[in-house]
Design a protein. Structure first.
Length: 127
């Protein structure tokens, strides 16, 4: 399955989760429920994935943790905040660069309507 196909399933599932639960819960609630929904679709889902970084030739085993990685192809960064800050957007772009993944989403479950809280990022993905 290609990144964009996975992305479609992710967005549909995330919107369904948001419609059912509503906005404003803790990020971890959305993470665990969204992960379960994606697993129910038969997708491989990893939560809180430690990602190594290399800095000046030194490898650090845990540079950061990706909230969710789906099918080892799509990175999800979940938020539940009133407003997305520019730093959140840069965070996803940096995560894609460091993981080598080509598609990522910033999902803000704090929005009244999730569609307003979805930002898609690509890192060399052929559309």
């Amino acid at each position: 399955m290609k990144e964009n196909e996975i992305g479609t399933k992710i967005i549909e599932s995330a919107i369904g989760v948001h419609r059912e639960l509503g906005p404003g819960l803790l990020e971890t609630v959305y993470e665990v429920v969204l992960a379960r929904e994606l697993l129910n679709l038969g997708l491989k889902v990893e939560r809180q994935v430690p990602v190594q970084i290399i800095f000046k030739g030194v490898t650090f085993d845990e540079g950061f943790r990706a909230d969710i990685i789906v099918e080892q192809k799509v990175l999800l960064e979940l938020k539940s905040v009133e407003r997305i800050a520019p730093a959140h957007k840069k965070q996803v772009q940096t995560y894609l660069k460091l993981t080598g993944l080509k598609l990522g989403y910033l999902l803000n479950f704090g929005e009244d309507v999730l569609k307003s809280g979805i930002t898609r990022y690509v890192n060399g993905l052929e559309e």
